[in-house]
Design a protein around this ligand. Structure first.
Ligand SMILES: NC(=O)c1ccc[n+]([C@@H]2O[C@H](COP(=O)([O-])OP(=O)(O)OC[C@H]3O[C@@H](n4cnc5c(N)ncnc54)[C@H](O)[C@@H]3O)[C@@H](O)[C@H]2O)c1
Length: 394
């Protein structure tokens, strides 16, 4: 039959790329961000692998099928154990609640699969340590989805710090503020509310929110040596969705800590789900001898920067709009002046991962990096109980 154009055939686009068969666990919020990233990364980045959406796994077959149809997965599983044993899967991506991470990741590593896992890596450092041991023993590529490391403005800040522009660092401060659990009528447990159930989540805002701040801080400013913390559970009992009973709430609703970094700087961190008016206000500020910088997630395409070495008459805070082609990642997107957003952090992370495995290089944040964050969150939770300064395991 005559056609108006040149037929390329199905394999044309992926000709130069090897296939990478993905098996995704979960069909919730993060499953969507990851699926979008697998589809978009090869369209915008020159990557050596073509992710193939082979299978999605969820316990409800109908919902898993619906998700598979929406995102283009070829098949559905209802038990992650079957998924992990499938020979046609190269990579297991864990986007299910925290209590499932360790068992799935360890089984996947033993089956020789690459393993990507949502944060926090485990519910505790002990779980995260066993997971790290498993991927290292199996020698399989591994990564934790601390996606905020891939915000272009944050990567620019990392470059400026590594160039030594700040001089000695004195202060680091970081917050993550939300307001969605203030109502005492909100139940705990079950779909969407597993974050309020200690047995599933492992902790409250310390593991859910502060883990992001801590991962970013360790990457930007180096190791944390000791912490002193306080936590509070404002609503002490909530109805449990799964049992129907009113049960004690075990998670921390708010968490704040002071700490010292190995580089001598002092820091404050705070996270809460009780800051009325704030939805996902992740902020950070660094103060050095020569320069300071600040960033916040609600304005994620801007980096605030102050350099004391500027001519005194014009010295002041700059708000740099991160959209030019010489800004990190931006040459892959639109034209200068047009900003990108949240979903792009996941696309950048998977593009970096595909490039790294193509070159047989390590990728960060690895499981070992995820474990480093959990040593800090464990120390924070311990200090809140002991009311003492606690050392962070290295
Ligand atoms: N990187 C980030 O910024 C970020 C943001 C949100 C959540 N997370 C993390 O991602 C993970 C998932 O969170 P979410 O917000 O997507 O949760 P969600 O509740 O939206 O989705 C979780 C999914 O896991 C499925 N699931 C639960 N148990 C399962 C099992 N045994 N087998 C297969 N599927 C199972 C649920 O059915 C659901 O589809 C958590 O670890 C969370 O901490 C990370």
């Amino acid at each position: 039959m005559p056609t108006d154009g040149i037929e390329l055939g199905e394999s044309h686009i992926v000709m130069a790329r090897k296939n990478l068969n993905i098996g995704l666990v979960g069909y919730g919020f993060m499953a969507r961000t990851h699926s979008n990233a697998y589809l978009q990364a090869p369209r915008f980045f020159d990557v050596p692998y073509q992710p193939i959406l082979k299978a999605v796994c969820g316990r409800n077959a109908d919902r898993a099928k619906g998700f598979a149809e929406t995102w283009g997965y070829q098949s559905v599983e209802t038990d992650w154990r079957t998924l992990v044993q499938r020979r046609d899967i190269d990579l297991i991506d864990i986007a299910s609640p925290n209590d499932t991470h360790a068992e799935i990741a360890i089984a996947a590593a033993k089956a020789g699969k690459m393993v990507l896992c949502e944060k926090p890596l485990g519910r505790t450092a002990a779980e995260a340590s066993a997971m790290t041991d498993a991927v290292e023993a199996a020698n399989v590529p591994n990564m934790v989805w601390y996606n905020y490391r891939r915000v272009p403005a944050v990567v620019l800040l990392k470059q400026l710090l590594d160039e030594g522009r700040f001089g000695r660092i004195f202060h680091y401060r970081s917050k993550f503020l939300q307001d969605w659990t203030i109502s005492k009528d909100l139940p705990q447990g079950g779909e969407g509310l597993w974050r309020l159930d200690l047995s599933v989540a492992g902790s409250g805002v310390t593991g859910d929110l502060l883990a992001h701040n801590i991962d970013m801080a360790l990457w930007l400013n180096g190791p944390i040596t000791e912490v002193t913390a306080m936590t509070e559970t404002f609503v002490k009992e909530r109805k449990h969705t799964l049992t129907g009973n009113v049960e004690p709430v075990g998670i921390d609703d708010a968490s704040a800590f002071l700490c010292r970094f190995a580089n001598g700087s002092l820091a404050t961190f705070e996270a809460t789900r009780y800051a009325r008016g704030h939805k996902a206000l992740f902020t950070l500020e660094v103060n050095g001898e020569h320069a300071s910088a600040g960033w916040d997630l609600h304005d994620l395409h801007r980096l605030q920067y102050f350099d004391h070495r500027d001519e005194s008459r014009l010295r002041g805070w700059k708000s740099v709009h991160i959209t030019d082609s010489d800004h990190p990642y931006m040459k892959h997107w639109w034209v200068p002046g047009l900003q990108i957003g949240y979903e792009h952090t996941f696309i950048h992370q998977i593009a970096d991962f595909l490039q790294a495995i193509g070159k047989n290089e390590k990728i960060s944040p690895s499981f070992a990096d995820g474990l480093a964050t959990e040593y800090v969150t464990d120390a924070v939770l311990k200090s809140a109980k002991t009311k003492q300064w606690e050392k962070v395991l290295a």
